[in-house]
Design a protein around this ligand. Structure first.
Ligand code: TYD
Length: 149
């Protein structure tokens, strides 16, 4: 999506079913808790301290990113504005719309980044070069330039 903004991306609070004896369970149901159907699930784990992941955008893919364990920071960039979210609660998910550059870093030891995705894996859906991403966004809005650091 050429014209998406970081303000289209939000934290979704998931239900937390709590039991003093048995702990917690959180649920994500298609089109009920999230505005898309999940076609693929993957998770990042054993990310060494100091490493970053992501560093790309998707043309069509929507995602819900959850810190299933531990914590990490997701930085979103729409070519105009950057927003950073520290995820550290398993009952919160960051909904990321298509057309957003994202970087994940500051992984805590033992962090598990669970990603629910709207499409199967498709290498053609990725934009992996930042300059290409800016050019893609500029097709819609010619005033877009590189974000200030
Ligand atoms: P990549 O997207 O480069 O990871 P990052 O989150 O750091 O950008 O994916 C790493 C590798 O995993 C790459 O070889 C592609 C592969 N991969 C799949 O085969 N299927 C998937 O669903 C995903 C997300 C990655």
């Amino acid at each position: 999506m050429h014209n998406s903004s970081v303000y289209d991306c939000t934290i979704i609070e998931l239900d937390k079913h709590h039991s003093d004896r048995k702990g917690n369970i959180s649920v994500v149901e298609n089109r009920k808790d999230i505005p898309f159907d999940v076609k693929r699930t993957y998770y990042l784990y054993d990310v060494p301290g100091g490493e970053s992941r992501g560093g790309h955008a998707h043309k069509e893919l929507s995602q819900l990113i959850i810190a299933a364990s531990g914590s990490f920071t997701v930085t979103l960039d729409d070519g105009r504005v950057k927003r950073s979210f520290t995820l550290n609660r398993p009952y919160q998910g960051l909904y990321v719309v298509p057309g957003i550059w994202r970087t994940l870093d500051d992984f805590s030891s033992g962090a598990v980044c669970l990603v629910l995705a709207s499409h199967g894996y498709d290498a053609a859906d990725y934009i992996r070069e930042y300059e290409e991403f800016i050019a893609y966004k500029k097709e819609y809005d010619t005033s877009i330039g590189r974000c200030a650091e």
